[in-house]
Design a protein around this ligand. Structure first.
Ligand SMILES: [Zn+2]
Length: 337
């Protein structure tokens, strides 16, 4: 059984030491440290310090390109879109978008330099966090805007389909986006491997995106494939709908991982839990475990208290509830099941 949590919002080693000890005592085997573009520019030695503290506490260290290039998930901003303006995705109306294009060689080069810094921070794993093309709702936008129709994408599309990329999204464009994300993740994960770092990835739990899962699982450099079936956006949140939601995606990721000889992991929501709803955390953990998931991790440490936008209403209780499941799953009775 492997269990983890993400961690951000602190760069003081003495505070981190206390938090990592808390994680270890509560059954965690690894920590996912966010390593944003801002960290990469100004805090690399701090992140290396946190990584060292985590190792001393007996935790494996995963570094997360949090919001990097806008291609990965996370609330951190990208500055690369400003310093490398031409790396931006171009939408279907020809306008630049606030995220970089995975088909642009500048983006890939930037990620490679980020990997070098991660190696210098002694990362055991890179945790590739929700790679995606532009998602309008993440910017508070509605409508049919999509990317990318930049010069690199046009060229690549033509080389695959022998015709121009259309300005209306269709199944062919979606398959092109998947192929592009596959190529991008293959390139960066192989680069991480060549630098002695293992690779884990979380893919977004939406139905269109699941077509990408088997392809990513087939990349030799990827060791663990996961998804994050959080329930805060579900229209009807009940114990049953949460269990069903987590079970559906746990089963799917587990099947695909098994077929490719990879580990499967599931993220559990430890943010935006209302006071009194902490039981949902237990239900989600049990749902993942019941579907054979033996690597469970959570966003984020201590009920995400470090980010008011996402914090649980009773962060210590959310954390205590989560780690009660961790301790249960790690107990000898459970680990043999
Ligand atoms: Zn592009």
């Amino acid at each position: 059984m492997r269990t983890g949590t993400s961690y951000f919002g602190n760069k003081f080693p003495e505070h981190a030491e206390k938090d990592f000890k808390n994680m270890k005592e509560n059954g965690c085997s690894y920590v996912v440290l966010t390593f944003s573009e801002n960290d990469f520019q100004y805090y690399t030695k701090n992140i290396a310090g946190l990584s060292q503290q985590a190792h001393c506490a007996g935790l494996e260290v995963h570094l997360d390109p949090w919001g990097v290039c806008g291609i990965f998930g996370g609330e951190a901003y990208t500055n690369f879109i400003n310093t490398s303006f031409s790396s931006r995705q171009i939408d279907n109306r020809g306008r630049p978008l606030p995220v970089s294009c995975p088909n642009n060689p500048q983006t890939v080069d930037f990620l490679k330099s980020w990997i070098t810094a991660s190696r210098d921070c002694s990362a055991d794993y890179i945790f590739w966090d929700e790679p995606h093309f532009y998602i309008p709702r993440w910017f508070g936008q509605k409508g049919d805007t999509w990317g990318c129709r930049c010069g690199h994408c046009k060229e690549k599309y033509f080389s695959i389909f022998k015709k121009d990329i259309p300005d209306k999204i269709n199944d062919e464009v979606k398959s092109f986006q998947r192929a592009s994300l596959f190529d991008f993740i293959k390139t960066v994960s192989e680069h991480a491997s060549a630098n002695g770092i293992k690779n884990s990835i979380c893919l977004l739990p939406d139905i269109d995106n699941t077509l990408l899962w088997p392809e990513i699982a087939g990349i030799p450099a990827i060791e663990s494939i996961g998804t994050d079936p959080y329930w805060d956006h579900l229209p009807n949140i009940t114990e049953n709908t949460i269990a069903e939601h987590v079970e559906t995606f746990s089963r799917k990721i587990k099947d695909i991982a098994e077929k490719h000889g990879k580990r499967a992991h599931i993220w559990i929501q430890n943010f935006r839990i209302k006071k009194g709803d902490e039981k949902f955390i237990t239900i989600a953990c049990e749902a993942a475990f019941s579907r054979g998931i033996r690597d469970i991790t959570a966003w984020s440490y201590m009920g995400t208290e470090a980010m008011s936008h996402l914090a649980c209403e009773d962060p210590p209780k959310a954390w205590k509830t989560l780690t009660a499941s961790y301790k249960k799953f790690n107990s000898p009775d459970h680990s043999s099941k």
